[in-house]
Design a protein around this ligand. Structure first.
Ligand code: KIV
Ligand code: ZN
Length: 515
């Protein structure tokens, strides 16, 4: 193991993260986030699992072609087809990595793979060697390592290193381990696997017991020098290690972590977290460490008193250090194009990737409708535009009647392809009426699983941000829409979800989930 103090950040938001229910992303969404991850300074972006579907393949290829700086990684089982497909998707990357994995715990080998330990060892050698035929940057993971026999793990790691793996990742696939046990396992492997110090030792934790971040940090103290993690901790089941928490723990407690640090530009953490929330339509809880609404809010009088005397009484890091300024009034209706363009860039968007004139007109309408326009409003506006590509369904017009004496009804004009049609429906409430009309006009029949409204900023004129979860033929998607009128925001969110369902159909849904 190198004795340096640099900890690599391997971001798997676009692979393990998107495997969480409702978090799947299409190519445009992955590209938007991958660019922000590059800006954040992550070392590796795991962009997907190319064999899983045509959509996953294309997303990894697009990220490999268009995102520069980080190593771009694709996941593969030990099968030849998986490895060849990953290599093809990564062909145009500046630096590409193939991540090969196979399960090594008794339960996975017996009940999932139907293989004995000897066969698994052969697969490790064969898979890693094949991947080495494409690139020198190979990561190997023994899936469910923390429930595997430790002596067998030593053999597996030896095989992977002999076959040419340059990174050895030890996954806690089911979130089962504890900080002390995981640290002991890392120390044991370092002591028992010959030549392991020439490779980079990596950790990958799931949060089933709420220990993913603690386990990852304990492993760093034991010598691991790569952490696999996701923004906001999204991922399978209870999620993965939250990147922002690991990064800020190392930075806040350097003496405890013996100077170990990452190259993350911490002021990009909050914009990245917000961007992910916008893209997948899932908000973090208010008390989420580092990025939750309340993470830096002080309510109790005694705390406020202390803060006024000296911020360090109750604040171990500043909101500014993670990119959270006070929610400021950014622009008004008299602001011009230059000011708007500057602000968009400050918020982390690339003005060349957006239709600037359309965004500016959107901003002007918003500034007319609202007294104050905040950063969050602009983020919502731009993300909304970036995600509205290839729309099969578009809202043309909406009018709603409701009130204490009226039967709620909605008249919707919807463009489907090139045709515009109109329909009026009554419902249990105005939102129900809007959704019924849109559903019938779209000719689809998804089930509404969840409807959520959130105010983007405070104040009576705040924009409503609606997220809608739809399910159709086992595909589940989340649509988002923002507007000062929550019925329009609801219609936009429903239509956004319908467009995502249509896109999934076109791209071919994933066949291989649940890694
Ligand atoms: O949790 C896990 O084991 C994984 C592997 C593919 C690294 O995601
Ligand atoms: Zn995982």
């Amino acid at each position: 193991m190198r004795d340096d103090s640099r900890v690599l950040i391997f971001d798997t938001t676009l692979r393990d993260g998107e495997q969480a229910p409702g978090c799947s992303m299409n190519i445009e969404e992955k590209l938007i986030l991958a660019r922000q991850l590059a800006k954040l300074g992550v070392d590796v972006i795991e962009a997907g699992f190319p064999i899983a579907s045509q959509g996953d393949f294309e997303a990894v290829r697009a990220v490999a072609r268009e995102v520069h700086g980080p190593v771009i990684c694709g996941l593969a089982r030990t099968q030849n087809d998986d490895i060849d497909r990953a290599a093809e998707a990564l062909r145009d990357a500046e630096r590409g990595r193939i991540h090969v994995f196979i399960a090594t715990s008794e339960i996975h080998m017996r009940d999932k793979l139907g293989m004995g330990p000897d066969r698994v060892l052969e697969e490790v050698s064969r898979g890693v060697e094949r991947a080495r035929g494409y690139t020198e940057d190979i990561e190997f993971s023994p899936e469910d390592a923390t429930r595997s026999d430790w002596e067998f793990l030593v053999q597996v790691c030896r095989r992977a290193l002999e076959a040419g793996a340059s990174t050895l990742n030890i996954p806690d696939t089911v979130g089962y381990t504890t900080p002390q046990e995981y640290a002991d396992l890392i120390a044991y492997l370092r002591a028992q696997v010959p030549g392991i110090d020439a490779a980079r030792l990596s950790v990958h934790c799931h949060d089933d017991l709420g220990l993913a971040v603690a386990n990852s940090l304990a492993a760093i103290r034991s010598g691991a020098r790569q952490v696999e993690c996701t923004l906001n901790g999204i991922g399978e089941r209870a999620g993965n290690t939250a990147m922002e928490e690991v990064v800020m723990a190392l930075r806040t407690r350097p003496e405890f972590y013996e100077g170990c640090d990452t190259r993350i530009e911490a002021r990009e953490i909050y914009p990245a977290s917000r961007m992910l929330q916008q893209v997948i339509g899932i908000n973090v809880p208010p008390n989420k460490a580092i990025v939750g609404d309340n993470a830096f809010a002080h309510e109790a009088g005694i705390h406020q008193h202390g803060m006024l005397q000296n911020k360090l009484t109750y604040e171990i890091m500043t909101p500014e250090s993670v990119g959270r300024g006070a929610t400021e009034l950014v622009l008004g209706k008299h602001s011009g194009r230059h000011a708007f363009a500057d602000r968009i860039r400050e918020l982390g968007f690339d003005t060349e990737k957006i239709d600037f004139e359309r965004a500016f007109q959107g901003f002007k309408s918003l500034a007319d409708a609202k007294k104050t326009v905040y950063n969050e409003d602009i983020e919502a506006l731009i993300t909304d535009q970036l995600l509205q590509v290839d729309q099969r369904f578009k809202l043309v017009n909406l009018s709603v009647v409701c009130g204490t004496l009226a039967t709620p009804s909605a008249t919707v004009e919807l463009q489907v392809g090139d045709e515009v049609s109109k329909l009026a429906r009554v419902g249990d409430g105005p939102v129900d009426a809007v959704f019924q009309a849109i559903r019938e006009l779209s000719g689809r029949n998804p089930r509404l699983l969840r409807y959520h409204v959130n105010a983007i900023t405070s104040g009576i004129d705040a924009q409503g941000e609606v997220s809608v979860t739809l399910e159709e033929d086992e595909a589940r998607v989340i649509g988002k829409g923002a507007d000062t009128d929550i019925l329009i925001a609801s219609a936009k969110a429903y239509i956004h979800a319908l467009n995502k369902l249509a896109r999934r159909e076109d791209a071919g849904a994933s066949q291989l989930r649940g890694v």
